[in-house]
Design a protein around this ligand. Structure first.
Ligand code: UGA
Length: 438
């Protein structure tokens, strides 16, 4: 079967490469000629483990092709995935102009039956709008179906999440389109992946409900971490014991500097905005947002408590991406904290394994270091902001020698307080008692 994916961003490219891996013939279309030219020469515009090889494999097998031509993408495919950006507006609602442009473009080009699938995260009601955008742009009467198939991929493990998902959600109106989509996902039958078939509206809401619930879980444990610090409890053990209750589960209970990325912050805001539109107060989602904003300022307070006045202090920051294994710095807590530190007059020197180029564009005033160790040279403290694996086994003696004062602020609870104190660090972490150096 031939399918097309419109949009070669993070979701689009992973979807296209993985469906090609499933054996389908995939055309990935993007209106940006430079991006398509780069993809055609084997360049991936962002870092995602395994994606470079998977795209290469698909291209070599002739199953994955790139184009800027929408007519071609529509003509060839029975199923067309829309995976374009849905950026936030200032009021938290979602800007659907790219979806509208693609939907009307598809409508104009369609000459035979197609299934149009929204993969992008779109507010409830968008599927119906897509139907009317397509209907109003058709040049001749053509049958089509619209399906909502939200993605649940995590950056950094997107391929694994696509190939071994917990579930596939299909929001559709008619059995014919569901059967076609089930066919696409056939390889997942072997691993007994549950497929949840719902209405368009329910599928759209499942995505927001899932992301908001996970964000709320993180905000909950982050708030608990503050109380832990006040009463001398250990948030890691609180989370561990909570997580052992099967009803709660252990995932997404790691206290840290707050959630970031291109999804949680935007999606929780969008759910609150949708609630407002329908006169339905989303109080819990709002509280999760507020707790997340507070968490970042708390991190700066923590650094201030450890260092005193931040003016002219030199701080080494390890990790810039919003989480490990990605070059993405969108809504990264590390970047938000750095901005606040810079405002207080601190000098920052930072390193990240993959997100240096992105950071240099956004924060040219930052001193970027060539490795994990240069960050500590002559610094008044080290802040571990993103838990890349290579920061888990640092040569701590070397870091201590290079630092002006042995202050280590671990915003991801990577190291053990007792060990750090024994090594002579003033060690600060999240939701755990800080021990004085031994
Ligand atoms: C998230 C969801 O996990 C995916 O299922 C979803 O498909 C995706 O959004 C999306 O809507 O496209 P992602 O943003 O890639 O995926 O990253 P996560 O692994 O969920 O992490 C989000 C943020 O939460 C990161 O800043 C991470 O550091 C933070 N986090 C996560 C914590 O602070 N604690 C945790 O226990 C887990």
């Amino acid at each position: 079967m031939h399918i097309s994916v419109i949009g070669s961003g993070y979701v689009g490219l992973v979807t296209a490469a993985c469906f090609a891996e499933f054996g389908l013939q995939v055309t990935c279309m993007d209106q940006d000629p430079r991006r398509i030219a780069a993809l055609e020469s084997g360049e991936i515009p962002f870092y995602e483990p395994g994606l470079h090889d998977l795209v290469g494999k698909g291209r070599q097998a002739g199953r994955l092709t790139f184009t800027t031509n929408l007519t071609q993408a529509v003509e060839q495919a029975l199923v067309i995935f829309i995976a374009v950006g849905t950026p936030p507006r200032d009021d938290g609602s979602v800007d659907l102009s790219a979806i509208e442009a693609v939907a009307t473009g598809i409508g104009r080009e369609m000459t035979s039956y197609k299934v149009i699938v929204t993969k992008s995260t779109v507010p409830v009601g968008t599927g119906r709008q897509v139907i009317s955008w397509i209907e109003s742009s058709l040049r001749e009467p053509v049958r089509f179906d619209v399906v909502s198939n939200p993605e649940f991929l995590r950056e950094g493990s997107a391929i694994e999440d696509f190939i071994r998902p917990n579930r596939v959600v299909l929001g559709a109106e008619r059995d014919e389109s569901v059967a076609i989509l089930k066919d696409l996902y056939q390889p997942l039958y072997l691993i007994e992946t549950p497929i949840v078939v719902t209405s368009l509206e329910t599928a759209e809401l499942i995505k927001y409900a899932s992301n908001t619930f996970l964000a709320t879980k993180i905000s909950f444990i982050n708030e608990m971490s503050v109380l832990c610090e006040q009463v001398g409890a250990d948030v890691r053990l609180v989370a561990k014991a909570m997580g052992l209750d099967g009803r709660i589960g252990s995932k997404f209970l790691h206290a840290g500097p707050g959630y970031g990325g291109s999804c949680f912050p935007k999606d929780v805001d969008a759910l609150v905005a949708t609630g407002k539109e329908h006169r339905c107060e989303m109080g819990i989602a709002k509280a999760a947002v507020d707790a997340n904003v507070r968490q970042k300022t708390r991190m700066v307070e923590k650094i201030r408590t450890a260092l005193g006045d931040l003016n002219n202090k030199r701080i080494g920051v390890l990790g810039l991406s919003f989480k490990p294994n990605t070059s993405d710095i969108r809504e990264s807590p590390s970047i938000a904290i750095i901005r606040l530190l810079l405002k207080e007059g601190a000098h920052i020197q930072a390193y990240d394994p993959e997100a240096m180029r992105e950071t240099a564009q956004q924060l040219p005033e930052l001193k970027l270091c060539s490795d994990s160790y240069e960050v500590s040279v002559d610094a008044d403290a080290i802040v571990l902001a993103t838990e890349w694996n290579q920061f888990r086994n640092l040569d701590l003696e070397r870091i201590k020698t290079q630092l002006r004062t042995p202050i280590f602020i671990d915003l991801r609870n990577v190291y053990q307080p007792a060990r750090m104190a024994k090594m002579g660090f003033q060690y600060w972490s999240i939701g755990r008692p800080s021990l004085p150096p031994a």
